[in-house]
Write a protein that binds this ligand. Structure first.
Ligand code: SAM
Length: 276
């Protein structure tokens, strides 16, 4: 729960208006709309809680957050730091540039984020966003969205002391083969991809059913008015009103795009389509 009783120095920040304590008094229940039971929840451990909800607070995901259709809680690493200065990092063992987030600090933050969440990683995955993780794919988004919630650990500096990742069997996922300055952008990307699959967040579930990767193919090209722009026409079949022909054209376009741009996806698609 986002609204576990906070112990001194641990202050999860809840970004949904509906994060009322389970033990809320009648007065506080009157202050906001009732909590949506079983709403999908993202808990983010970060040095920069002010980065959230960020883009997640906009448009459909923002409105769904306001409506309590999903919940967001941030756990500020600084709150779990050591000593008067709440130190969260130290120099890398063995020397070298940069700083590493301390295992004990990260462990305390993850322990706080784990309160009230199921221990089973299938029900509540705990993920470290990391360039050396397994690439995050649409099937991961589907898996995380089907869980009750997810805890995301955002690294900074050189990353996180390996021991806490091992001790807590944290899964590592990467946004791609590039290096970001911190995990916050990656966490927002992962949450956003999941939210598109959380029932009720998107107005039209059909749009996710037809999106890239939904059936192993990249999506077909889109067009809208004007019918002719800078001498370029919309493919006439899309204006024909023949739904079967439109579906055929889109399928073929999706296949051609995937074959040209993503041979890896194309091979996998062919294997699934023609097994054996
Ligand atoms: C500067 S990076 C650390 C890079 C690390 N020293 C390395 O070479 O693998 C700081 C943090 O940004 C996040 N990050 C960077 N690139 C990422 C990526 N491609 N996917 C997910 N998270 C990333 C991670 O949380 C990482 O701990």
């Amino acid at each position: 729960m986002t609204d576990r009783p906070a112990t001194p120095g641990e202050a999860p920040r809840s970004h949904g208006r509906l994060s009322i304590r389970a033990s809320a008094s009648p007065r506080s229940l009157m202050d906001g709309p009732p909590q949506v039971k079983g709403a999908w929840e993202a808990r983010v451990v970060t040095l920069f809680p002010e980065a959230f909800p960020g883009t997640l607070g906009l448009s459909l995901t923002g409105r769904a957050l306001e409506a309590g259709l999903w919940r967001l809680a941030t756990f500020a690493l600084r709150d779990f730091g050591e000593g008067r200065h709440r130190k969260v990092d130290d120099r890398p063992a063995g020397g070298g540039a940069g700083l590493v987030l301390r295992a004990d600090v990260v462990d305390r933050a993850l322990a706080a984020a784990a309160e009230g969440a199921p221990e089973d990683p299938a029900r509540w995955p705990v993920i470290y966003l990391s360039p050396r993780g397994r690439p995050f794919r649409q099937e991961d988004a589907a898996r995380l969205a089907a869980a009750e919630g997810v805890t995301l650990l955002c690294g900074r500096f050189e990353g996180v002391d390996e021991r806490v990742l091992e001790a807590r069997a944290v899964e590592e996922l990467s946004l791609g083969d590039f290096v970001l300055s911190g995990g916050e952008i990656a966490a927002q990307a992962v949450i956003d991809a999941c939210l598109r699959l959380v029932p009720g967040v998107l107005g039209n579930p059909q749009s996710t059913a037809e999106e890239s990767f939904a059936d192993g193919l990249l999506e077909f090209p889109h067009y809208t008015r004007p019918a002719v722009w800078q001498g370029r026409e919309i493919p006439p079949v899309l204006m024909s009103g023949d739904h079967a022909a439109v579906a055929r054209w889109r399928r073929e376009a999706a296949e051609a795009l995937t074959r040209a741009r993503r041979p890896d996806l194309w091979e996998a698609y062919l294997r699934r389509r023609d097994p054996g």
